[in-house]
Write a protein that binds this ligand. Sequence first.
Ligand SMILES: *Cc1c(COP(=O)(O)O)cnc(C)c1O
Length: 387
Amino acid sequence: MTGAKIIISFLPFSKPVISEEEIESVAEVLRSGWITTGPKAAEFEEAFREYCDAEGAVALCSATGAMHLALTALGVGPGDEVITPSMTWVSTVNLIVRVGAAPVFADIDRNTLMTSADTIEPLITKNTKLIIPVHFAGAAADMAPLRQLASRHNIVLIEDAAHAAGAEYRGEKIGRRGSAVFSFHPIKNMTCGEGGMFCSDDPELLERVRRLKFHGLGVDAYDRTMQGRAPQAEVLEPGFKYNLTDIAAALGLGQLNRLEEFIEKRSLLARRYHELLSEVDEILPLAIPPYPMRHAWHLFVVRLDVERAGMDRETFMKELKMRNIGAGIHFKSVHTQKYYRETMQLPDGALPNTEWNSDRICSLPLFPGMTLEDVDAVAAAIKEILA
Ligand SMILES: *Cc1c(COP(=O)(O)O)cnc(C)c1O
């Protein structure tokens, strides 16, 4: 490829894009005298709720915290089984184990990396309490069949929407219907530094999550001050400390304002990757699901056809790094990690599509601060590595 620039400084696979205005809004909070959960967190919660057109939203310190609260609020515990993919971030599965329930791994579609009603249905038993589908890389999981399946068996669904802020399924934002957990970790499509959001259309579940997020008091420190209830609020049930600070929420508000712009830029970059990589037989991008959805392009995940390339994924990533290009793995499947290997002892081949992908996936640089020339340079480097 001619004309592709050589990358002189390191191109990471992700990098947050933060404006001076956002920095100033954080500084304002710092100067205001109220830095923990307060007016900004409330404003952010409402803005995100409105963006998703959700019935309710609760701002939290992480998606992991949000999932912990959801599991606790649903009373998931010993004797319960929770079906989720192994191709996910470890946090969900860790929490299932921490609350005393048993994770049950559903295999994924080989090319979208998502679970479906078809892969989940055979795993349902009388102990199945919850299904946690994961919207992967910014694409939406096929929710309609999953919702039907869950309601037929009277099982709850909580969507892991950590990748899916701004994604849509059949014309509706993820978060609009059912219950979903979002992440605002720095690599996600919008960030608070660290943060999360629980969206739900179940008022009871919202109420429990809201109460559990701050010691089980039912009100947080700000509510207590503002509503004159300080300091005699009482513990209604033992809770956690998963509230989002105003410092983080101020950043979240600014990022939410630019989320549409971020996704448009991500889509543009992804289209360029698709164009350039369609010529490279050894590189297989993920498939885009056929049902109506809006991709939020959180990650650009490709699979290295290791047989055809005559090179393993680790060598490929090392070669990228030598050319100043960062890449990630989303994800090394959970059941292949030490603790889960030892405790679950799933036989090799138990989750064939998960395992096939786990050895071959690689996330290429994708973030709104990149240029099309950066994509050209990554594609050129890949061609050179595989030549
Ligand atoms: C990032 C991520 C999480 C956890 O989000 P945190 O906000 O870091 O707790 C959960 N699930 C998936 C699929 C993720 O990528």
